[in-house]
Each structure stands twice: as C-alpha cells, then as structure tokens.
Design a protein around this ligand. Structure first.
Ligand SMILES: *[C@@H]1O[C@H](CO)[C@@H](O)[C@H](O)[C@H]1NC(C)=O
Ligand SMILES: *[C@@H]1O[C@H](CO)[C@@H](O)[C@H](O)[C@H]1NC(C)=O
Ligand SMILES: *[C@@H]1O[C@H](CO)[C@@H](O)[C@H](O)[C@H]1NC(C)=O
Ligand SMILES: *[C@@H]1O[C@H](CO)[C@@H](O)[C@H](O)[C@H]1NC(C)=O
Ligand SMILES: *[C@@H]1O[C@H](CO)[C@@H](O)[C@H](O)[C@H]1NC(C)=O
Ligand SMILES: *[C@@H]1O[C@H](CO)[C@@H](O)[C@H](O)[C@H]1NC(C)=O
Ligand SMILES: *[C@@H]1O[C@H](CO)[C@@H](O)[C@H](O)[C@H]1NC(C)=O
Length: 925
C-alpha cells in the first residue's frame, strides 16, 4: 500500500518536473507544491509535521505517493492521509519531514501515482521495537525506552552509547485545604502523586516519525489516604529519525474538587546518571533572557583566591572536560576539597515579568540567591562533559507562569535529577474555587436579573473546572557531552517557537479543502486597501494587548478579553460576562482565514495559542458536560451556559489539518461528536424557554438551536466523515439525515430551534409547530458561531450537485437573504417579520453569500455593503488607532494602549465579514 497506517518509502522524484501552477486543469496526475516555514527559517529543523490540502478528485487515496526535495536534494518524508473527499480522493495529507541542521528555505512535495511499493526499511528510519514491558524507539541519535505499565513513563534515554536520562516521571503535589490568607494557620494534608500508567501505545509509526502515547492517572504515593487515582494525563512523545530531541505534548484533565484538591506542583522529572563524573566536570545551564544562560559547574574553579590556570577556567566555562589535575597549579589541586559543591539549583518564573534563581550546597543548608531576570526562555540542562546529559524545555515558559526548574543532587554519584515545573511548587496553591459565593442567585429569575446586570449567567453548581484541560509542549534533548551555549541557544529558539511549515495561500485556496469563503490577499487600493489595513490593525491590536495587559498564566495564556471598561481604562476582567472571551463571536473565524489568505506568521502564532486555549480550557473533556464549552466569564469555566457554540470544531479545523492532524486536537474534536449526550444533561435554553411549551430532554427529540448547537455538532460530524474516523459512516448518515430533515421543514433555517434526534441526526419540527406549519425563531447568535462556515463546508464536501445538498444550500441562502431583508420582504415570505435582528455588520457576510450565489446579484451585493458599512459594528469612521494612556499621575496602573471603541464581539465579527465579503463580492464600493 502506498500510504496509510504503516509507512511510505518513496525512492524517487526529486527531479520531477515542478509545475508552476498547482493543479493544471487537464492532464498530469503529478502535482508539486511548495511548503515554506511559517515566519523566519528556523535555526534548525528538529523534524516537522505539516498538512497539505488537495482538490476533489485529484489524487486517489490508495494510488498516490509523495516525495520531497529541497534545492536539488531529495529529502526523506513520511506521508499519510488525514482527510478524504466523498469520492475517496485525498482532501488533506499529513507529512513528517526529516530533521536537518542545514535548513532549506522551502521544500517541494511531489505526488506520484506510480507508487513504488518498497516496504523495505531504510537504515535511517526511526525504529520502534516493542517487547513485554517496554517500547523502544531509536532515532539514530537517541534511543528511548518507554514503559507500558507502572509509574515511570520513560525508562531511559541514551545517546552516543551512554544513558543520559532515566526514570522519567510525572510529579504532582496537592494539599487538602489552604490557609486562605488567614493569620491562623490551618492544618491540612500534603499529598504526593505519581503516574499510574493505563496504556502505552505506538500511536503513529513510519519512516521519519514515531509517536508513543502514554495514558494514565495520577495515583497517591502515601498509603491510607483514601484518595482515588485522578487527574487523567495523556503524554505524547514524538521522535524523528536523526534527531536528538523528543517533542512531548503533555495534556492533563482536571477532575478534582476545587475546595479540597489544591494543586501545589505539576512537573516532569528525569534522573541524570552522572556516576563518577568529576564535580568540576558537571554542568548546569538554565536559560535566562534572550538566549543567555546561567553557566555553572557543580564545583566551580573560577573566581577563587587561587587560580588553576586560564586554560582550566576557559574549559570549565565552555563545558569541556578539564585538563588532568596534575597539570594545574599544585597549590590549587591540593585544596580542591575546600571548594563547595552545589547540589541544588532552582529557577522560579512566578510572573510574566520576573524569574528568580537560587542554589544551595545541599538540603538543610541555606539557599543563596543568584542574580535574576525577567523572562526565561525556558530550558535547563544537567549533565557532565564526559557523561553527557539532558536538556528539558517548555514552550511559552514565562507566558504560562508559574513555572520553573529544579536541579537536585547534582553532586551525587547515584541520582541527580532535573525537574521541569509546569506549575511551580514555589507558587501559591492553584485556586480553582468559584470566584464568588453565588450572591443569593438561587432561582432562574434572579439569575436572569443578575445576568442583565453583570452579564454573568450564573447557576449554582455550574461554576466548576471539573473536566477542563491544559496541554503543554515540552522538548527533551539528549546530549553525549555538555553542549555549547550556542547549541543550547538554538534549542531555546526552537522551544520558544517550534518550526511549522505550510503551503502558499494560493494552493490552500484552490484546493477548496480549507474553507470556501476566503481568497488570498492581493494588492489592493482604495476602500479594499483600507479594509485590509483594518484587519492588520485588529490582529496586531489583540496581539499587543496580550502583552500590554499581561494576559498570561497557566490557565489564561491564549485567551483575551471580551469588553473594555473605558472609565477605568481596563478590560472588564472582573465583570461577569465581560471578562475572558472564550471564543465569543468567533474570533477564530477571523484569525485562521486571515492566516490562510496572508501566510502571516504572527497571525498563525496567535491563532495557535488561541486554538490550544479554547479547545482545552474553555471545553469540558470528562464529566457530564464532556464536549461542551463554557460561555465567556471571569473564570474560563465560570458561566452556566455550557454549549457547543464554544467547543465547535469549526474554530480549530484549519489548525488541525495544517498541523498534519495534531493528535491532541483530533482527540478533542472527537469529544464533540458526543456533545449531544451532554446537551441531554444541560438544556442550553432551560432558563429562557417559553413556559407554555412542555419539554423534557430526550435523546430522540433534543430541542436545540440550529445555529449555536447543531452547527457545532455538524462541524464535528463533518470532520469525522472527512477523516474517515471510526464513526465516519454514522457521521455521514447523521449529516444527511439532518439535511433531509431540515429540507422538509416549511421554514428551513428560519425555524431556528428544532428537534434533533441524537441517534439518527434527523431534524424535525419544534414542539411549538408539530404539524410543520412554519415556525419562525430568529436569533442574532445563530449565525455568529460558524453556522455559515459549517453549512458551506458541508455543501462543498458533498457537492452542490447532490439533490439534498442543493436544497440545503437553497435553504441556507434563504436564511442568508432574509435575516437582513426588509420587514415587508420577511413578512411576505414567512407571514411575519423578524424581531431580534442585530449584529448586522457581522451578518453582512450572509447577505454577501446570497448575492454571490445569485449570480453576483448587484442589488443584494449593495445591501450587503450597506449592512457592513452603515448599520452597527465597527464603523469606517471609528478611529482605527489605539492611544497611549500614561501611567504618570494617572489612574492607570501601568502605561496602556487603548482603543475603547473596540469590543471583541465586534472585532471578531468584523474580521470574518471583511474576509468573506471581499471574497464573495470583490472590492467594496
Ligand atoms: C482503492 O480505492 C478504490 C476506490 O476508492 C477502492 O475501490 C479500492 O478498494 C481501493 N483499494 C485498496 C487496496 O484500498
Ligand atoms: C604555593 O604556595 C606556597 C605556600 O603558600 C607558595 O610559597 C608558592 O609560591 C605557591 N606556588 C604558586 C605557584 O603560587
Ligand atoms: C527583559 O530584560 C531584557 C534585558 O535583561 C530587556 O532587554 C527586555 O526589554 C526585558 N523585557 C521586558 C518585557 O521587560
Ligand atoms: C402562554 O400561554 C398563555 C395563555 O395562552 C398566554 O397568555 C401567554 O402569553 C403565553 N406565554 C408565552 C410566553 O407565550
Ligand atoms: C455539477 O453539474 C454540472 C452540470 O452538470 C457539472 O458541470 C459539474 O462538473 C458538476 N459538479 C460536480 C462537483 O459534480
Ligand atoms: C437580485 O435580487 C433581487 C432581490 O432578491 C431580485 O428582486 C432581483 O430580481 C435580482 N436581480 C437579478 C438580476 O437577478
Ligand atoms: C510626568 O508628568 C509630569 C508633569 O505632569 C511631566 O513633567 C513628566 O515629564 C512626566 N513624566 C513622564 C515620564 O512622562
């Protein structure tokens, strides 16, 4: 088989003709596409995985192979299919390209239908061996032994014939209560946990890349605590042939009781066996600022009253083995025992603005402070010049504070350890309790009144983090000897911004596999250029606000805020529903298409952090609400609106495919497949239903909104279908039933709220219209969470020639046309005009779609631009600049940049509307 689960070895085609245009209309079954680094070319390529889109019908899934080249050199690549068109042709592929130190500017990927079935293993291939208890992966540079059970995830890491790391474990500490700032200390237990592995498996294996996934829970170490294993983890280890680095994706789900389980530390720890390495040949490197390192030896021989000699000093600072002591100044060597050895080192990044460092000779002796800095690049190395050692690094280290490193027993002949803290033990315990005490909101009526005041939708029991998750990206690098500062400096760059590859906007666009409502940015002038500049302004403004407002932290990094309080010159971080945005009004549907059409690296990196945050922290992964997200609020999980509109995979679909099918994203998207089961637990409209309608949630008649519920479910089902996941046939059948059911509704999408059969996907008339006489329920939110994008992608996937799909499209275009039509037109068509129309600027993209599909109808197009420019939202006459507010004798805490005319709802909707309108209508008038 050419492509699929096992692997592809293609020995060919570097010299194949490179077509200048992708996918010429006729002929050739061979395509070549360029992939380029997102942003600057990285200092090294540790092995990179990326995705490529392909047009319908172009390449048969089982008859296509891929090869890669850079310059005139063939490059080893491993390929797999991540998504299929309904005809079985390839929609998206994933590719892993081999590591390199001499990094090319771009790669060319060439398809071939003359598949060469050379299943022979090449000597450079990553090798994976499984025996009873372990899985061993050898990249040629490092060999890593994973355990299949027990508490140790990584038994050993070897390089150059030496074991440089052992006993890789997870560290978790908790306490059962907190002093809560009280003067009277409370008595509580402190607990220590270790991993209890449920499963270790090879999730993906090929010639270039192997992925070993370890799943389990954290089990308490002390006996008689009665504490069950908790905090499920999934740790993925990616290894590329020829690389000394292991990329680790560490995901943790919180399933504790916030008032009893206070996490005090989360870490990853490795032993580094230094054996008989001389103390003066043992090295500590901890990353500081801008590629700088704390550069120390366990026993430092510099700066003393006696000098061992310049050569000796230079060697120690360079991490080299010191010359034979016999060659040093004798007065020095006879006194070595008076030079202290430092066993322990620690760096704590407890805020995004500062880290502190300290060291001590050993436990029981005082720490001494080491001069500190502001933002550590997040890497630490422990090792020896002859024994080698390990570097461990965390992406977004200071952005995800409180973080840290500990090096312990560095002078030991038995066990020296290096610990990366994803949550620093030096920080106060993680406090996940509700931020207020309910304030007497014990009825729906009171909750609705409070909602109308603080915009927080509160309900007792719903302000809970039970089921939210966080993912951290870690690199572990094995070195046979202490690396130079330059080498470690390169790795900090990789860790801070892991290399990513993507093809060009034109290729993404022409494939029609990455959404069908955007086109590549072109040179523009006049009003089109103004709109483009507004998109750039908004993207940059949010990026800069993250830094200006310090939107960082373990749970917060990747989010931004919802509404600005101009009186205080601050975002309303403490005002109910105005605080964290949690994807409100779909900023992702601005950022991802903006990246696709521009290739702008800063947009990609921002959208990536937002995607990770939104999919992990704003969504539930276990428990009764698994698959649902939480509406915006002061705490990411605080609001009682638990809905698919927040967890909708349409927000993260581009990210998933561009990364070649990021396994963690795939897992999260699949959780949404069963979000209908969660809706059974928590009726989204329970507080606002017409009391005259009796409704009891029922799996065969779930009363849901087409826009905020069904379209999120449909996004998950469509991805399952495209990826041919385990339930793809069920997913396809449900989507087709939904379409047919909706097509049979008298008022189509205008019905708004419908019955949905969670077993079959069938849509049927709502309870207030059992006889399908025609129900009209309009909400400004329906199309504000990706409904149009999901519907158009579904139609595009099936093909508008399909009868169900073409009727479905007609129905959608009716919604698009009538939402913003005149009251008279609405009444003429539906017997009643619509109430509750707002967000008209955002909805102009629907009008634009109606115009476009009506052959570019100029009347409708003009209406779309009018809605865009002169109804609500961000006006052309807005300032379109931010202004500085000085901290000098003013009410602001620090100098800030503000644009008080911006709200995130409007910015998100504006961005999506500009992109879609310009694609559908061309330049604005
Ligand atoms: C290849 O694809 C065709 C069409 O999708 C299918 O009929 C055939 O069974 C496939 N062959 C293999 C070996 O998968
Ligand atoms: C070594 O120490 C002795 C005694 O303190 C001193 O006389 C001698 O000069 C020293 N040698 C050197 C090379 O410093
Ligand atoms: C961090 O410190 C470095 C120098 O140590 C300085 O150049 C940089 O501007 C500082 N960054 C911030 C955000 O203060
Ligand atoms: C419920 O029904 C009563 C009696 O028919 C009616 O007066 C009332 O307006 C209805 N309430 C709503 C919210 O429709
Ligand atoms: C749809 O039908 C038209 C007219 O029959 C045809 O030209 C076109 O290729 C068809 N498109 C697809 C995707 O099948
Ligand atoms: C454009 O759309 C309007 C409104 O639906 C319609 O009245 C008109 O006939 C259309 N114009 C053309 C040329 O199709
Ligand atoms: C602060 O304000 C005073 C007077 O209002 C002004 O003289 C001074 O230059 C300001 N300082 C800065 C740093 O802006």
């Amino acid at each position: 088989m050419c492509i699929g689960k096992w692997k592809l070895v293609v020995v060919c085609l570097a010299a194949e003709h490179v077509a200048s245009q992708p996918w010429p209309k006729s002929g050739g079954s061979s395509d070549s596409v360029k992939v380029k680094w997102i942003g600057d070319k990285p200092v090294l390529n540790p092995g990179t995985t990326f995705g490529l889109p392909w047009p319908r019908g172009r390449h048969a899934a089982n008859k296509t192979s891929f090869s890669a080249s850079a310059g005139n050199e063939a490059v080893r690549i491993q390929s797999w299919v991540t998504s299929y068109w309904p005809d079985g042709s390839i929609k998206w592929t994933g590719h892993a390209v081999e590591p390199s130190t001499d990094v090319p500017d771009e790669y060319v990927i060439v398809t071939s239908s003359s598949c060469q079935k050379t299943a022979k293993r090449a000597s450079e291939d990553v090798s994976v061996r499984s025996n009873g208890d372990t899985i061993t992966v050898d990249t040629g540079k490092v060999s890593v032994v994973f355990a299949k059970a027990g508490n140790i995830l990584v038994k050993s890491i070897s390089t150059g014939g030496k074991i440089v790391g052992q006993n890789g474990v997870l560290v978790l500490r908790t306490q059962t209560d907190t002093d809560d700032g009280s003067d009277i200390p409370r008595i509580f237990d402190r607990l220590q946990f270790e991993a209890s592995i449920d499963e270790t498996k090879v999730e993906n294996q090929g010639s270039v890349r192997a992925l070993v996934t370890v799943k389990g829970k954290h089990a308490v170490k002390q006996s008689n605590t009665g504490q069950d294993p908790w905090l499920p983890f999934t740790v993925r280890f990616y290894l590329y042939s020829g690389s000394e680095a292991i990329r680790v994706v560490h995901s943790l789900v919180y399933d504790g009781k916030p008032d009893k389980d206070f996490i005090t530390a989360i870490g990853l720890r490795f032993d580094v066996p230094l054996g008989d390495e001389q103390l003066y040949n043992r090295h500590i490197r901890i990353a500081g600022v801008d590629g700088g390192f704390l550069t120390e030896s366990v026993q430092g021989i510099t700066g003393l009253r006696r000098d061992p000699g310049a050569g000796v000093r230079k060697a120690q600072i360079g991490g080299k083995t010191l010359p034979d002591v016999a060659t040093w100044d004798r007065n020095f060597t006879t006194r070595l025992q008076w030079i202290p050895a430092f066993n322990d080192y620690s760096l704590s990044q407890l805020s995004p603005d500062g880290f502190t460092l300290k060291k001590r000779t050993k436990a029981g002796q005082s720490w001494i402070n080491i001069p500190a800095g502001n933002r550590s690049s997040g890497l630490a190395y422990l090792g020896g010049s002859t024994k080698g050692g390990l570097a461990i690094g965390l992406r977004d280290f200071w952005k995800k504070y409180p973080t840290g490193f500990s090096i312990s027993n560095a002078a030991s002949r038995t066990v020296s350890t290096a610990t990366l803290w994803l949550y620093s033990p030096e920080a106060p315990p993680m406090d996940l309790r509700p931020w207020h005490d309910e304030m007497g909101q014990d009825t729906y009526a009171k909750q609705l009144e409070a909602l109308d005041t603080t915009y927080e939708d509160y309900e007792p029991g719903f302000m809970t983090p039970y089921g939210v998750a966080r993912t951290s990206e870690v690199y572990i690098i094995g070195f046979p000897s202490t690396p130079s500062a330059e080498t470690l400096g390169k790795w900090t760059k990789i860790i801070e911004e892991p290399p990513a590859l993507a093809t060009e906007p034109e290729v993404l666009y022409k494939s029609k596999a990455a959404g069908v409502l955007w086109a590549p940015r072109t040179e523009t002038s006049g009003s089109a250029a103004t709109l483009e500049s507004h998109l750039d302004f908004l993207a940059k403004f949010y990026r800069d606000q993250v830094e200006n407002r310090r939107w960082y932290g373990f749970w917060d990094h990747g989010d931004f805020m919802h509404t600005y309080d101009a009186s205080r010159h601050t975002w309303a971080y403490d005002v109910g529903g105005y605080a964290w945005d949690n994807g409100e009004l779909s900023p992702d549907l601005f950022f991802w298409p903006q990246f696709l059409r521009t290739g702008d690296a800063s947009v990609y990196r921002f959208a990536e952090a937002v995607a990770r945050h939104g999919s992990e922290v704003d969504q539930y992964h276990v428990g009764p609400w698994k698959g649902l997200g939480t509406r915006h609020g002061v705490q990411h999980w605080g609001d009682s609106a638990k809905q698919v509109r927040i967890s909708t995979p349409i927000f993260r679909k581009v990210f998933y495919y561009l990364t070649g099918g990021d396994e963690r994203q795939g897992e999260i998207i699949r959780e949404v497949l069963d979000a209908d089961q969660a809706i059974l637990q928590v009726d989204p409209r329970r507080k606002v239903r017409d009391p005259n309608i009796t409704y009891v949630p029922d799996p065969e008649a779930l009363y849901i909104s087409l826009g905020t519920d069904w379209s999120g479910l449909a996004a998950a089902l469509l991805i399952e279908w495209e990826t041919r996941g385990p339930r793809w046939e069920e997913a396809r059948s449900k989507l087709i039933s939904s379409m047919r059911g909706l097509n049979a509704l008298k008022n189509g999408f205008i019905t708004g709220e419908v019955f949905y059969n969670s077993k079959t996907g069938l849509i049927s008339p709502p309870p207030d219209d059992p006889d399908n006489k025609g129900s009209v329920t309009i909400s400004h939110l329906s199309a504000s969470f990706g409904e149009s994008e999901v519907v158009t992608e579904l139609i595009n996937h099936i093909g508008a020639n399909d009868t169900d799909a073409s009727t479905f499209e007609k129905n959608w275009l009716d919604y698009c046309y009538y939402y913003g039509a005149s009251k008279a037109e609405q009444a003429a068509r539906y017997g009643t005009s619509f109430s509750g129309i707002s967000l008209r600027q955002g909805h102009s993209k629907l009008t634009a779609l109606a115009a476009n599909r009506d052959g570019g109808n100029a009347t409708i197009a003009a209406r779309a631009w009018k809605e865009f420019f002169s109804t609500d939202g961000l006006a052309p006459t807005a300032p379109w600049v931010s202004v500085p507010i000085s901290g000098n004798h003013s009410i602001v805490l620090v100098p800030v940049e503000e644009a008080s005319w911006i709200s995130t709802n409007e910015a998100a909707q504006y961005g999506g509307a500009v992109i879609e309108n310009m694609y559908l209508l061309g330049s604005p008038p």
